[in-house]
Ligand binder design. Sequence first.
Ligand SMILES: *Cc1c(COP(=O)(O)O)cnc(C)c1O
Length: 412
Amino acid sequence: MKTPFVSLEQIKEIAKEYPTPFHIYDEAAIRCNARALKSAFAWNKGFKEYFAVKATPNPAIIKILKEEGCGVDCSSYTELMLAERCGLSGTQIMFSSNVTPAKDFEYAAKLGAYINLDDFTHIEYLEKLVGIPETICCRYNPGGHFTLENQIMDNPGDAKYGFTKPQLIEGFKLLKAKGAKHFGIHAFLASNTVTNDYYPTLAEQLFELAVELNKETGANIKFINLSGGVGVSYTPEGVPNDIAVIGEGVRKAFERIMVPAGLGEAAIFTELGRYMLAPYGHLIAQVLHQKHIYKDYIGLDACACNLMRPAMYGSYHHITVLGKEEKPLDHLYDVTGGLCENNDKFAIDRMLPEIEIGDYVAIHDTGAHGFAMGYNYNGKLRSAELLLQEDGGVKLIRRAETPEDYFATLEF
Ligand SMILES: *Cc1c(COP(=O)(O)O)cnc(C)c1O
């Protein structure tokens, strides 16, 4: 079962002031989830979550998470600007980029952010630009497949990211020679994992690597960055991850591998995006049209420009027709947007209650990688973002684009 965090009555009220489509986020739930994460890793004294800004790049969201003790993970110049404007600096920022422009490294260094290098050649590139900082992180790519219980979860061997192991050993030696004193190790080996085993398995691999790197190079391991990849259940049948179980699994591996090797002071960092926000956002849209040809179509005022995941990855996003939560799901529909692209479908062959023009729908789990992946194809404009506050009030946290925004970069 998936239940929206807003009712039809609330949406009717909100839509009077802010017309659909819009994304809305649930502040109370975001805070509650952030606290559960913190408590799951409370056993590690240096634990910190660096929220992956790309998932939901909005100052209101970043500030809520900052109040809950999170930093941010940035990967570009403008994401660093956003972090700075939200009052974050220094070790509250992790800079995990790839194919990094010089000015981005310069900015990250100026802010005093932790820099996470994606490639061996970036050592010299960074040194020439700003010198090697005292603390430096490197991203690891083990190659091959990442498996859990003989099941392939993802394919690092095909991924553009990170150092190979021999590069990491040479890299740590080189960085030490160039003055680095403290080291971080980072890896992101599988995306949207819905299993409590991903982080513990990844942690085990990174802990063993840390012990080996420490032995081979004498590097002082300051932190292990487990990055993102803890997923959410997009389908109503899925069993969500249990962050307490995940934290305990990581603790066991830490006690078994890191502590006996004398690395028990190392901090655990995470860079979660999806897990922090996805379930706590809805895309709210209104039904504009219905058409009945070879199939039955429901046309919304939102389109793939507001939520790209179904069009891009074929992702499932649950849909609730507001006010019809208790009605039988006895109609088969394709739910579409208005792009001149046949993949602009939020749902294909979905059983829903009978829909009428003017109905409001909540598209679930759009809090991460939702608005953020928006674009302007077909001259469609990005929507507003709203925050449902803890007291039940609603705050505009990003206005909807207007045609003037679309024309702002054009020359006539
Ligand atoms: C995208 C990304 C994340 C966040 O991933 P989620 O799957 O949203 O948790 C974290 N770190 C890096 C380097 C990323 O690219």
